[in-house]
Design a protein around this ligand. Structure first.
Ligand code: IVH
Length: 679
């Protein structure tokens, strides 16, 4: 047993927990933070430190649970006290009318029935149980009666309250079962997949699969690293609160601190629900998350009870699905592309088809196993879908339309670009061209080298790179810095002016930050994020090149696969040589670690300062210089973004404005005090 916490520490832990819960609510639920991220991090860090010293002070609702806890062997199961039913489905707005008629017939009601209508977010259904306001468990729907206990995982979701907000006008229920949908925003999903692509991990097919996969992790730290969110849409058992309808329940949940979808529409009739269907369908593409329809629910609990449920679904609700963004088309051929790492990717060439306003003529098939799994053959009719901005993909082959003459795909055993051997290593899904000098790999490497997150060379696009490699004008990435306008201007779609501009862009790009440089090298498994981690740790490329694998592995967030790949990359003579050549050709790598250390000493870094009136012993220009050399920025007018107003004699209206906005007003000597080493 370690030392016991004293009274003050126990109190402090309780205080910190309460504060953090409150700020979580402000930030994640009502999107109106009261404190800076840094101040929040300080509270969290202090609580984590106390809990590390005195584990007995960790409570089940501690906000530190957001970072995840020890991995499980397997999930326990839990039976839902009230079944988590499914929904009847309709596929057309006229199904809303039909549902309304069914409801009114069953209720023997001639008056309009009022509904609450909600977007049907495409995620995973989850139940949360709170006792006396504290999150006790979280579970999946499972078969509707028994689900898996995923409490540690749901605790990591920022918008799931671990403890409910006590407000004056809402009583704290002694028992509250809440149901809702855990989902991932489309852009977060894409970022996650991009990182997985960099790490050569299997991609998630869509945000729903990504959410489901993230929730079903035995190690909740993995879940914590995934950008999951939740909207709640209903209650199970409730003890200690009297609710008479669905809309009232949602309001109640909102007050307790639960995230409720702001698009929910309460108390509308069937015609209103149909209008809302069209409105949502039109807005669908602009929403940050995917919805596949809407859910229409009879609002009154009394009427819900009268209507009852079948064994599968309630009679008081219906899901109306939007027309799927899926279309049928023909696989005209399957080609094989070779990427920068030599990976051979089968791509289906499709008869062009319009899917939700976009013409799709290709769909990636990822790898050999994926083609086999879907059994896609040349000549097949297939269903293709586009989810948000995600790459189009083949959902399935339409078997009933198969004629028998379709040709199965075979992965080539040699590279379709250079003819070298293509091999698939054991345990890997990818087949790779083994020739490091394969023109396809070189093209891919140059494209990567010139891309936005790397050297960001404007004007060096795909078509131009293809010509440069095909005409053997470049045979390594370093050759880019030897290009001359006189050579470039003879290429297709180039002229003297664009050639000059490109050479200028190449020259300009030579000064580059360390992280961009590392990313540009195209080391496998090192994406922009990984490169930033390395730049925070090492100052020079030599230092990084000399870093032992074990040391790289210890960098938080990097992982053993990337560490091995980095060590391998620098162990190869030709890579060292290219780095040397790049430097000889004028590439200047600026260390972020050094500049971060420097800026740390700048007392006005990131601050905006406004001057007014005449200062006793400095001219305006001198004051400006002092501020700028201390890292600050001088602005002409006062706004809420101003950090300081330096006021001298006879200040103007800026002083009044600063006071109104609560901006700190200082004089010359206070300015000098702020920047001692500069002034
Ligand atoms: S109500 C008894 N409301 O749709 C009613 N479900 O097929 C149960 N879903 O498993 C569900 N958004 O995962 C309801 N606003 C919403 C929803 C919603 C998405 C999902 C949920 C459920 C499935 C029903």
């Amino acid at each position: 047993m370690g030392p016991k916490p004293d009274e003050a520490t126990i109190k402090r832990a309780g205080f910190l927990r309460k504060q953090i819960h409150h700020h979580n609510y402000r930030y994640f639920v009502i999107d109106d933070p009261e404190i800076s991220d840094a101040a929040y991090d300080r509270l969290m860090k202090e609580l984590l430190e106390i809990e590390a010293r005195f584990p007995e002070l960790v409570t089940p609702d501690s906000p530190t649970a957001r970072v995840g806890s020890a991995p499980l062997e397997k999930f326990d199961t839990i039976s839902h006290s009230m079944a988590m039913l499914s929904l009847d489905k309709g596929f057309d707005p006229s199904d809303i009318t039909a549902f309304d008629q069914r409801v009114r017939r069953a209720l023997k009601n001639d008056d309009p029935v009022l509904y609450t209508v909600e977007p049907k977010v495409d995620g995973v259904a989850v139940e949360l149980v709170y006792r006396d306001g504290i999150l006790e468990s979280g579970s999946t729907r499972g078969d509707g009666y028994t689900g898996e206990l995923i409490t540690a995982n749901v605790r990591t979701i920022s918008s799931v309250p671990l403890r409910l907000e006590e407000t004056r006008d809402s009583v704290m229920p002694s028992l509250l079962e809440v149901r809702g949908e855990v989902f991932m925003e489309t852009s977060d999903f894409q970022k996650l997949n991009n990182r997985r692509m960099e790490d050569e991990l299997p991609l998630f097919a869509n945000p729903r699969n990504a959410s489901a996969g993230s929730l079903r992790q035995l190690d909740s730290k993995v879940t914590a690293s995934r950008p999951l969110q939740m909207f709640v849409y209903g209650v199970g058992r409730v003890r200690g609160a009297d609710l008479s309808g669905h809309c009232q329940a949602l309001e109640f949940l909102k007050k307790l601190g639960f995230p409720v979808n702001p698009l929910v529409r309460c108390g509308i009739d069937a015609a209103g629900a149909i209008d809302f269907y069209h409105e949502l369908d039109a807005r669908r593409a602009d929403l940050p998350y995917e919805i596949d329809g809407l859910v229409v629910k009879v609002d009154s609990y009394q009427l819900q009870q009268q209507l009852g449920t079948t064994s599968r679904s309630p009679r008081w609700a219906v899901a109306i699905k939007f027309a799927a963004v899926q279309e049928q088309t023909l696989v005209a051929g399957i080609i094989v592309q070779v990427g920068r790492t030599g990976a051979l990717t089968p791509v289906a060439e499709l008869d062009p088809v319009n899917i939700g306003g976009v013409t799709v003529s290709r769909a990636t098939l990822h790898n050999e196993d994926e083609v086999a799994k879907k059994d896609v053959r040349i000549g097949d009719r297939v269903l293709v879908q586009r989810a948000g901005d995600v790459i189009p993909e083949i959902v399935k082959v339409i078997d009933s339309l198969r004629a028998g003459s379709e040709k199965p795909f075979e992965m080539p055993t040699s590279c379709p670009v250079c003819g070298a051997k293509a091999v698939r290593l054991e345990g890997e899904a990818v087949t790779r061209c083994i020739n490091r000098n394969c023109p396809a790999q070189l093209k891919g490497n140059i494209r990567h080298f010139a891309s936005k997150g790397a050297f960001d060379i404007d004007g060096l696009g795909k078509k131009l790179i293809d010509q440069l490699v095909d005409r053997q004008l470049v045979s390594s990435i370093a050759d880019i810095f030897l290009l001359e306008a006189s050579i470039l201007e003879d290429l297709d779609r180039m002229g003297p002016k664009s050639a000059r501009n490109l050479v200028e862009a190449i020259v300009q790009s030579r000064r580059i930050s360390f992280s961009r440089f590392v990313y540009a090298l195209g080391i496998r498994h090192v994406g922009e994020h990984g490169a930033k981690l390395l730049a925070a740790r090492y100052e020079t490329i030599e230092e990084l090149a000399a870093a032992p694998r074990q040391e790289l592995e210890s960098i938080d967030g990097l992982g053993p696969v990337a560490a091995l790949s980095i060590a391998e990359f620098f162990s190869r003579h030709e890579n060292q040589e290219i780095i040397g050549t790049l430097k000889q050709l004028g590439v200047q790598v600026v260390s972020e670690k050094q500049s971060a250390a420097k800026t740390k000493n700048l007392p006005l870094e990131g601050k905006t300062v406004v001057l007014t009136g005449s200062l006793p012993s400095m001219t305006r220009n001198e004051a400006k210089e002092v501020i700028e050399s201390a890292g600050g920025r001088v602005s002409g007018s006062v706004s809420s973004k101003t950090d300081y107003l330096v006021a001298g004699d006879s200040p103007g209206s800026k002083l009044d404005k600063a006071r109104q906005l609560g901006v700190s007003v200082i004089d010359e000597s206070q300015l000098r005090g702020l920047v001692p080493e500069v002034s």
